[in-house]
Design a protein around this ligand. Structure first.
Ligand code: PFF
Length: 436
């Protein structure tokens, strides 16, 4: 008998659940987004708004998602329907955002895989030459297949098993790279750029909205991932689990910066952002150093482990929704969801190639990051915080997060009032294209 035949799938243990959630949270956002945001938003001083944001807004939303998932025992659409019939549509919107974010996230995941392989084979490729070739398409298909196969194997045999292997690998590589990077000649200059605190920046509201946006993206909250993962959880203290996940996510992001900036400054390069930093500047830095191929391969392997486990979590949202709401088997739901998502991602995958697919002068990949990964994520987060915070029984939330004492009351108040307010502010700031 398969797991599916025996009723709802479950994590094998709390550790398995925590590792899978860390796998979702730790992703490309920790490595290519967080360090640069820190470096340009007040350095070490940025950690203050970031900590505030993680503990006051990110953590409560994560706990709410876990609580909805565990108490309803089902995924986004069915969970929303069980809270109130008319919220099914809102649930569908959240599922759509998860799929859309995955459609472009997969493109970057595939670049990372390609670079890992190029470095491992001692054949690094210049970014322009890479995107001008057929490689992006080939690696897009390979990465999509890897994500598909993982999710198709199920919660325990697929998602949990992959996370149990990849997260420790990621941490070991990261620690090794930190030690290596900190012993380079440019380490001091790199760390100065990264962490020198400029407290005056804290008066700037855009620094705060940048912290909010980064928190939600990095913790994978607001897209129903944690809700779905919570639905496979039987027991355990949600506050404790969510705290472990959030703190690990933050530590890994901070450590990533301790690798990147010392290397970039040692090579005398300019610390750029996003695509440029990861696929142009860092590879150039690796090429400059002895054993650069090895370090490049390690770095991109680490990043691929991070990206794959995040992509898997996003695919699980529509897959679980189809299984729970349409009665599809896991195999059928995975095939359908991945097929649709990969078709949607194709334009993004081609946007940096010779075809140069653009809209309003912006490559489709960047546009997707803005529309889905920034605006969509915030709107979906708003939906979850309102449906869960205002329409789910307060006693039900309390029961999930350990009773109705003052601590839980504070969390419920944060979920009801502060999280939606902060999401709205971040939405406005993002619409004006500042911060977040
Ligand atoms: N947290 C992932 C990262 O930092 O790269 C991205 C992500 C995954 C966002 C899953 C949202 C999500 F639901």
């Amino acid at each position: 008998m398969t797991e599916e035949d025996m009723g709802r799938e479950r994590w094998s243990s709390t550790v398995g659940f925590i590792l899978a959630s860390i796998g979702s949270a730790v992703g490309i956002g920790n490595v290519w987004r967080f360090p640069y945001i820190v470096g340009t938003n007040g350095g070490g001083a940025f950690l203050i708004p970031y900590l505030v944001s993680v503990f006051l807004f990110g953590l409560p939303l994560m706990m709410l998602e876990f609580a909805i998932g565990r108490s309803t025992g089902t995924s986004v659409v069915a969970a929303f329907r069980s809270i109130q019939g008319r919220f099914s549509v809102a649930g569908l919107a959240v599922v759509a955002v998860a799929g859309l974010v995955l459609s472009y996230y997969l493109v970057i995941t595939s670049w990372v895989l390609a670079y890992a392989l190029f470095f491992a084979l001692n054949r690094p490729m210049e970014f322009g030459a890479f995107t001008g070739s057929y490689f992006p398409l080939i690696f897009y298909l390979i990465s999509g297949t890897a994500v598909f196969l993982t999710v198709r194997s199920g919660v325990r045999e697929g998602i949990e098993r992959v996370s149990r292997i990849l997260i420790p690998v990621l941490v070991v590589i990261l620690l090794f790279l930190v030690v290596f990077a900190l012993t380079r000649s440019g380490a001091a200059a790199g760390i100065a750029f990264y962490l020198s605190p400029d407290y005056s920046r804290l008066a700037d509201p855009t620094v705060w909205t940048a912290a909010f946006g980064q928190t939600f993206f990095s913790l994978s909250v607001g897209m129903g991932v944690m809700l779905t993962y919570g639905s496979y959880l039987e027991r355990g203290d949600l506050f404790q689990n969510a705290s472990v996940i959030a703190v690990t996510d933050m530590l890994i992001a901070i450590l990533a910066g301790l690798v990147i900036f010392p290397l970039v400054f040692t090579a005398g390069l300019d610390p750029a952002a996003g695509v440029n930093l990861t696929f142009i500047t860092l590879p150039a830095a690796f090429l400059e150093m002895r054993s650069g191929m090895l370090f490049g391969a390690l770095f991109f392997t680490m990043l691929f482990a991070a990206a794959l486990t995040s992509a898997v979590s996003m695919l699980e949202v529509p897959v679980a929704a189809m299984m729970d709401s349409c009665g599809y088997s896991r195999k059928r739901a995975t095939l359908l969801a991945s097929g649709i998502i990969m078709l949607f991602g194709l334009p993004s995958a081609l946007s940096y190639t010779a075809l140069e697919l653009e809209l309003f002068g912006t490559p489709l990949l960047d546009l997707s990051d803005y529309l889905f990964g920034t605006i969509g994520l915030i709107v979906a987060g708003l939906i979850i915080s309102i449906v869960g915070g205002w329409y789910m029984d307060r006693s039900r939330i309390c029961a999930e997060i350990g009773g109705c004492r003052w601590q839980q009351r504070v969390y419920v108040a944060l979920i009801r009032y502060c999280v939606p307010t902060v999401l709205l502010i971040t939405l406005l700031a993002s619409l004006l294209r500042i911060g977040g």
